[in-house]
Each structure stands twice: as C-alpha cells, then as structure tokens.
Design a protein around this ligand. Structure first.
Ligand SMILES: NC(=O)c1ccc[n+]([C@@H]2O[C@H](COP(=O)([O-])OP(=O)(O)OC[C@H]3O[C@@H](n4cnc5c(N)ncnc54)[C@H](OP(=O)(O)O)[C@@H]3O)[C@@H](O)[C@H]2O)c1
Length: 259
C-alpha cells in the first residue's frame, strides 16, 4: 500500500462501524486521517484507539461535526486544509437509517435522512472539489447502498433507499464531469453489514446476524478503489451478502411490529 502512504483523508461517520474500520486501515497504511462524527466522546475514544494502533508516523485527528449542517462541513474542510495542507481522499460515509411505512414516517425523520444521507455528501464534495480540481487529483469515495440495486426500492425503506438512488445518480453524473480534472468518483454499494446501523433491525435472528458481512469486506473494496492506476476509476463497486436466507436488505415491517 505504498501508493497511499503520506496521503491525507477526510472520513465522515468515522467513530463507529464502516467509517471507523476504514479510518483504522488507512492510518495503518500511512494515511493522515481526519475523522468526523457528532458524538464527541465516541469520536475521542476512536481517535485514541487509532492513534495507538497506527503509531506516531501518521496524524490522526477528530472533529465533532454534523454532516447535516453546512457550517460544520465548512469547518471540516477548513481544518483538513489547515492541518494537512492538501486533501487527497474524501470518504463520504456518515449515514443514518430508519424503517417506516411511509405514512407513519415522522417528517423530522425524512428531513434528517435528506440532510445527512444526501445533502451531507453533496455539500462536502462541493466544498472540497475546487481544491482537488486545482491540484488535478483526488479520490472521492462514497458509501451508497446495495439497496439501490433493488428496483423498486425496498418497502419501508423508501426514503432511505431512494435518497441513496439519487446519490448514486448524482455521483455517476459527477464522474463524467470530474474525469477530465483527474478526480476519481467512486460509489460503494455494500449489502448488509454488521454494524450499529443494522442492530436497529430488531427482529434479525442471531443466525442471520452471524451471516452478515463484516465492515472489513467494505474496507477491502475501498482499498481496491484506492489501489487502481491513476488513469482508471472504479466507478461503482458492490459487495452483496452471499449464502443468506435473508436475500433482500430489509426486514418486513409487520414482522418487526409483531415481535
Ligand atoms: N450497515 C449496513 O448494512 C450498510 C449497508 C449499506 C450502506 N451503508 C451505509 O454505510 C454508511 C455507514 O454505515 P454504518 O453501518 O457504519 O453505520 P453506523 O455503525 O451506525 O455508524 C454511523 C457513523 O456515522 C456517524 N454519523 C451519523 N450521523 C451523522 C451526522 N449527521 N454527522 C456526522 N456523523 C454522523 C455516526 O456517529 P455519530 O452518531 O456520533 O454522529 C457513526 O460514526 C452509511 O452511509 C450507511 O447508509 C450501511
């Protein structure tokens, strides 16, 4: 992984789950990392853990930031430029999930999904991309979702999944705009990963949980995306659960209610 040594990365949603696993892997491979998440205590604990595991040769920083707030995203990109002087890698990963029949979904929940899972990604890219264009290089890797491969999007996940579909479409379009500037845009489409996010699916059985993929499978995809030659770009990478009776990335809402 010599090719990424000494590079600088912003990773959102990096205090837990996929983002944390990514931050650790990058830091262990010599990448300076700036981690963002809302909860200061969890973030501090993660930064400390990664510092201990990655050693003194890399910078490991944390900023408590809500990706749903424009001013927090501005602070995040400014801090990265101040501390690292260049941003080589942006990993847009922070996300929330919720499961409702649409008529029961609280309006605030819809707004939160839009601000976190869609606007949070688009705005941070908009803030960072002029800098990348100036340097004629950069990799922007985005945690989308395997649920975008299901058409129509899964019941009770309509808001979550359709925003991810929109995000995927945005990123595909952006890829064409950015390729001439030397900037890579990649969408990662994970299946169901064993994290706090999927813990919320209450009626999942232990056997099903044991079959979920670990965050490491997603980390491997991101490391692959960062390893391809400069003149190629992995536009979309999907890794979907294998050998599970739970073939769709959803739990039936009625089933959940009945529990
Ligand atoms: N797990 C899956 O099965 C799965 C499948 C497909 C796609 N994904 C996507 O992968 C990404 C990561 O999911 P995960 O499973 O790792 O989730 P997770 O374990 O719940 O972790 C989410 C991370 O994002 C942070 N976060 C949440 N809202 C935020 C906000 N508004 N601003 C800043 N940080 C925020 C959380 O910290 P705070 O709460 O402290 O902010 C945490 O660090 C998400 O975009 C998700 O949609 C996950």
């Amino acid at each position: 992984m010599e090719h990424i040594k000494g590079k600088n990365a912003i990773i959102t949603g990096a205090s837990r789950g996929i983002g944390k696993a990514l931050a650790l892997k990058l830091a262990q491979n010599g990448v300076n990392v700036l981690l963002a998440a809302r909860n200061q205590t969890t973030l501090d604990a993660t930064v400390k853990e990664i510092k201990e595991k990655a050693g003194d040769t890399v910078k490991v920083l944390g900023l408590s930031a809500d990706v749903g707030k424009l001013e927090d995203l501005q602070k995040l990109s400014e801090l990265a430029l101040k501390e690292f002087s260049a941003i080589d890698i942006l990993i847009n990963n922070a996300g929330v999930s919720s499961q409702y029949p649409f008529e029961k979904q609280p309006l605030e929940d819809i707004e939160n999904l839009v601000h976190t899972n869609y606007l949070g990604y688009v705005r941070l890219i908009r803030l960072v991309i002029p800098h990348m264009i100036e340097r004629k290089q950069g990799a922007i890797i985005n945690m989308v979702s395997g649920s975008t491969l299901v058409d129509p999007v899964p019941r009770t996940f309509v808001t979550y999944s359709s925003l991810k579909v929109g995000l995927r479409a945005f990123l595909k379009g952006l890829f064409w705009e950015m390729r001439d500037h030397g900037i890579k845009i990649t969408s990662i489409l994970p299946g169901v990963v064993d994290t706090d996010l999927t813990d919320k699916l209450e009626n999942i059985t232990q056997e099903q949980k044991d079959r979920l993929m670990s965050a490491d499978a997603v980390v491997d995809m991101v490391m692959f995306a960062l390893s391809v030659p400069q003149n190629t770009c992995p536009l979309e990478l999907a890794v979907i659960n294998q050998q599970t009776p739970w073939t769709k990335p959803i739990i039936d809402y009625q089933q959940k209610q009945a529990k």
